[in-house]
Unconditional design. Sequence first.
Length: 325
Amino acid sequence: MTKRRALITGITGQDGSYLAEFLLSQDYEVIGVVRRTSTINFARIQHIQDDITLVSGDLLDQGSLIAILSEYKPQEVYNLAAQSFVPASWKQPVFTGEVTALGVTRVLEAVRTVDPTIRFYQASSSEMFGKVREVPQTETTPFYPRSPYGIAKVYGHWITINYRESYNLFACSGILFNHESPRRGLEFVTRKVTHYVAKIKLGMETQLPLGNLDSKRDWGYAGDYVRAMWLMLQQDKPDDYVVGTGETHAVRELCEVAFSYVGLNWEDYVTQDPRFMRPAEVDLLVSNPNKARHVLGWEPEVSFKQLIEMMVESDLEQLKKEHNL
Ligand code: NAP
Ligand code: G4F
């Protein structure tokens, strides 16, 4: 029997790497779109590079997306590519809109013109809820985005629904709450904290400068969340789903868990630095993932504490290896 073929944009990112691993474990052939960079940035997919096919393309380049779909003919497309760091979206709002908003239309247009039977997944975000209109947030909670990134994601979400309704595409939008892992970029708060904790423990740093300690997020494990993406594309009909743990924790709690894991008191090391405050903040995110639970049968398996401890452990190991300790 021929293998199912899936295409992932954003395969070099955190989620792309976990999704590629998961799809390989389900016996898929995996095609990953990578954009041209002056230095190779395949660290997250190095270990599976021989098992996947990497092709050159960019969400800014419509022609490249059409050519890739025409050549590789996937049955499923997961659009994970984005400018995904919220503070960068204030510095580069137009670029963020081009990639994170219009990029979605470019992929959808490629799907529509090359093969409208392709099943499409869009990586939507809880950042769309922003200044939350209700607690917890569901698929029907109104959006109030608070950053150019959040606004770009609202566009990506609605254009996905519009292509589903206009052209009858099998297009799904996963509204995913924050998910983290040892492969999380160093600029995001969880990884920043766990990396600094490891450095402080090993005597390489003395302080951890942070922004808003009171903001609260619904943090889960990325390895759990890619399963939900796949499950959405295996249903009888396309739909949108909120994916999260249903629990929320403040940044200060994250610090508490990470520092106490290595026997330190976070209050001795954390400082507040205005450079990391945002022009407009999303204060509280917490999901109601009941629909994903009941329709997809999805449940997160890694708890908040397990996640943060796993990340500290991995950062300790990595630093020890790099510094021959
Ligand atoms: P990430 O680590 O920042 O990865 C982003 C990926 O997009 C990278 O592979 C990046 O390639 C690629 N990319 C950026 N611009 C591109 C372009 N113009 N053309 C092609 N590829 C491009 O993000 P992530 O955490 O894995 O998140 C995956 C997706 O889920 C993103 O769309 C993000 O906005 C969304 N999301 C994430 C979370 C979360 O908590 N992680 C929650 C909700 C939604 P390079 O490696 O070349 O930069
Ligand atoms: O880790 P963060 O940068 O993630 P944020 O802004 O919630 O965005 C992430 O999750 C979204 C899903 O809701 C994704 F769509 C998006 O792509 C990305 O993956 O910040 C989390 C919170 C914020 O409230 C921020 O103000 O942590 C607070 N924070 C406090 N000090 C900090 C810092 N964030 C960062 N990055 N760095 C700090 O020093």
